[in-house]
Design a protein. Structure first.
Lengths: 358, 343
């Protein structure tokens, strides 16, 4: 059996054990995460189920194939440092999984905002014969790794945060002069809504409001031939059911009410939802819990995609809709919050990048 | 409750009220607030969306800091006015390129702005003995710039003939400096940050030691950026002046009053008040030395909106003076963002 096949089998075994109903460690971690207020139970459950749904032997094989991972083209012997941000439950799972699949050794800085969930998966990996304590290491404090130089570093950042992170990496001697950095900067996604049937509005609701709208895959701009007013009723009805099942975990600051008042002042169409705001136009991205509605066609969506460039994570469409003159691939709106195992954050295939092809 | 009828209040001579030395600032603020709540539909809708009108009026009776501050971006989005008809005497626009959305401030009483800028300037400087130079484009080239209008009005006050806009891109005539000196006048030179630095690039200039250079901001352009302290150091060295002679002006198209810094901190004129607001809750005033958004009450804005929340970052000292620390950039929002201190 090839090394890659062994890794796939072992990862599947670890995943199976991790997600089994009698894994008390995961149950405890979920319990602690919810009890200590990091995330809501519904969001954690959703994140775990999303991984479960999208992780299969076929999905891994497809990824391996697409990325070109093979015996002579893998990351064996490499040390990869993953700095996990914790704005969503298990947001670093794909990076950890890709690192292990690539054959590299994994070093993880677990987020203080999501401290319990990912380690339960990593523990299952360590219980297997294939990966030892030396191959899979993690900590909640970056300085625990001081002096451990890595061949590659992965993290998500922004113009203002990247210099500070790089400085800390330098100070702690975590990188070599030729270390590769995969830094992601996309912050939000756009949906093109060409229909207002129940299913599409349901998908849009999930895409906007899941995880309090804080994920980079969350929709922050909707472009639609319909005005906000035309969709308002259906959307609020759908949202009521959504929030009944998934109460919003995080609440906005009073600044959001000020934005609502401002929209009233300038007579901008909006839907005020107490914990969230939908507004037509006025794209400022200066606060969370706001989703912007832009009335327009596919070309408007393409124009905005161009304008927001690297800040934009994904563009979602309903079935069979094409957006002309778009460089970026589109994804289905229905899977906005349930990405495939091999989805490409910032358009980069993490596995491909790790094995040095991308 | 509003005790004055709308008709009466419109007929008020606002200049007398705003610049009155007999009325307290608090009393003036209350009058202007009630007037604007009644007559400025944009501001009225803003306030009413936050609270009931009667509740706001009740709160303001006890505490003027309860007055809601309208985000200054409103001047970009709508017409902000207490007047139902467009009979403005002046139109000021914020600077920017043609494809940028610019703020538009319609001024219904040019005389009131003139009083504000002149009284404001006299509050800090001896205008009667000053020669004003502006190293900016002239008024005819920029009829919508409130700053250039202000400099023009200051120039107009001087009968000596020495005050003027300096031609851009040309060295300062040493004889003109000598003449100011000879007449025993004090030279006050206005200019934007990079304009003044560019002037120094053209030729060495040594100004009389009692001169004052007032920079009007603009420390960050798309090409260049300089900190205020670095700018002042360069201006001081370049003009051969003591550091204490380099002052700053804080003003904008949306405001009809200015603040001046004769040292590190800005002070306001008596009909203007600055507070530092919590960006996450602009209703809340922050304590001294805590950074936040600059909130302004400018009573000279009586015909537009006097209660404004700027997009500038600032900090205040215990004496009520403030510093401008650039634009407020909200924290990186949405999506993953690994932060050393938080993650």
């Amino acid at each position: 059996m090839s090394d890659i096949q062994k890794r796939i089998d072992t990862l599947l075994e670890a995943i199976h054990n991790w997600l089994s109903d009698d894994n008390i460690y995961l149950q405890d971690a979920i319990d602690q995460t919810v009890r200590e207020g990091y995330f809501s139970f519904e969001d954690v459950k959703y994140a775990v189920q999303s991984i479960e749904k999208n992780l299969s032997r076929e999905a891994i094989a497809e990824w391996v194939d697409r990325a070109g991972l093979r015996a002579e083209q893998d990351a064996s012997g490499q040390n990869v440092l993953c700095l996990h941000a914790g704005n969503l439950p298990l947001v670093g799972f794909q990076d950890a999984f890709a690192t292990l699949l690539s054959g590299a050794r994994y070093t993880g800085k677990i987020s203080r905002k999501d401290p319990y969930l990912l380690p339960t998966f990593l523990n299952e990996v360590k219980k297997t014969d294939l990966w030892s304590d030396r191959d899979v290491q993690w900590t909640h404090r970056l300085d625990d790794f001081e002096g451990m130089q890595h061949d590659a570093v992965i993290f998500a950042g922004s113009e203002s945060s990247v210099p500070g992170v790089k400085e800390a990496i330098d100070e702690l001697n975590l990188a070599k002069p030729d270390t590769d950095f995969l830094i992601r900067t996309a912050h939000f996604s756009l949906a093109y809504l060409d229909r207002n049937d129940e299913q599409s509005i349901h998908d849009l609701t999930e895409a906007i409001f899941r995880y309090s709208g804080k994920g980079c895959r969350s929709v922050a701009i909707v472009v639609s031939p319909f005005s906000l007013d035309e969709v308002k009723q259906k959307l609020t009805d759908q949202l009521k059911s959504f929030w009944l099942e998934n109460p919003q975990h995080e609440y906005p600051s009073p600044k959001l009410k000020q934005q609502f008042a401002y929209n009233e002042a300038v007579q901008r169409p909006q839907v005020w939802l107490e914990y969230f705001l939908l507004q037509e136009g006025g794209l400022e991205f200066d606060q969370d819990f706001v989703c912007y509605w832009v009335q327009g066609d596919q070309s408007k969506a393409a124009e905005l995609a161009q304008d927001y460039g690297s800040q934009l994570q994904n563009i979602y469409v309903s079935n069979k809709v094409e957006i002309p003159e778009l460089d970026q691939e589109t994804e289905l709106l229905s899977i906005a919050q349930q990405p495939s195992l091999s989805w490409k954050p910032d358009g980069v295939d993490t596995l491909k990048w790790l094995i040095g092809i991308e | 409750m509003c005790d004055s009828s709308s008709a009466n209040i419109v007929m008020k001579n606002w200049s007398d009220i705003i610049f009155s030395e007999g009325l307290s600032f608090r009393e003036k603020v209350k009058q202007v607030f009630e007037y604007q709540l009644q007559n400025n539909s944009v501001y009225d809708r803003f306030c009413v969306a936050l609270n009931t009108k009667s509740e706001i009026l009740k709160q303001v009776q006890d505490d003027i800091s309860a007055i809601p501050l309208l985000p200054i971006k409103a001047f970009k989005d709508v017409l902000v006015t207490t007047h139902s008809e467009d009979n403005s005497e002046l139109v000021f626009k914020s600077s920017g390129t043609s494809d940028m959305q610019r703020s538009i401030h319609r001024v219904y009483n040019a005389r009131l702005y003139e009083q504000s800028l002149l009284k404001g300037f006299r509050h800090f400087y001896n205008l009667d003995n000053a020669v004003i130079w502006g190293y900016t484009p002239g008024y005819s080239d920029n009829p919508h710039s409130s700053l250039i209008y202000m400099i023009q009005k200051l120039i107009d006050q001087d009968n000596s003939g020495l005050s003027r806009f300096l031609p851009l891109g040309e060295p300062v005539n040493p004889n003109a400096i000598k003449e100011v000196n000879r007449q025993g006048k004090q030279l006050i030179l206005f200019g934007a940050a990079f304009g003044l630095l560019d002037l120094l690039e053209i030729d060495d200039i040594s100004l009389p030691s009692n001169s004052i250079v007032i920079e009007t901001g603009g420390m960050k352009t798309h090409r260049r950026e300089v900190s205020r302290s670095e700018l002042h150091r360069k201006l001081s060295k370049g003009f051969g002046l003591d550091g204490s002679r380099i002052h700053s002006e804080y003003g904008m198209a949306e405001l009809l009053s200015q603040a001046y810094a004769t040292g590190k901190w800005f002070s306001t004129v008596p009909w203007m008040q600055v507070t530092i607001r919590d960006p996450e809750n602009p209703d809340e005033t922050l304590p001294p030395y805590k950074e936040g958004l600059i909130g302004v009450i400018d009573l000279a804005n009586v015909h537009s909106c006097s209660f404004l929340l700027t997009g500038d970052k600032g900090v205040m000292d215990k004496k009520g003076r403030f510093q401008v620390l650039g634009r407020w950039n909200p924290k990186d929002l949405r999506g993953c963002n690994f932060l050393i201190d938080e993650d």
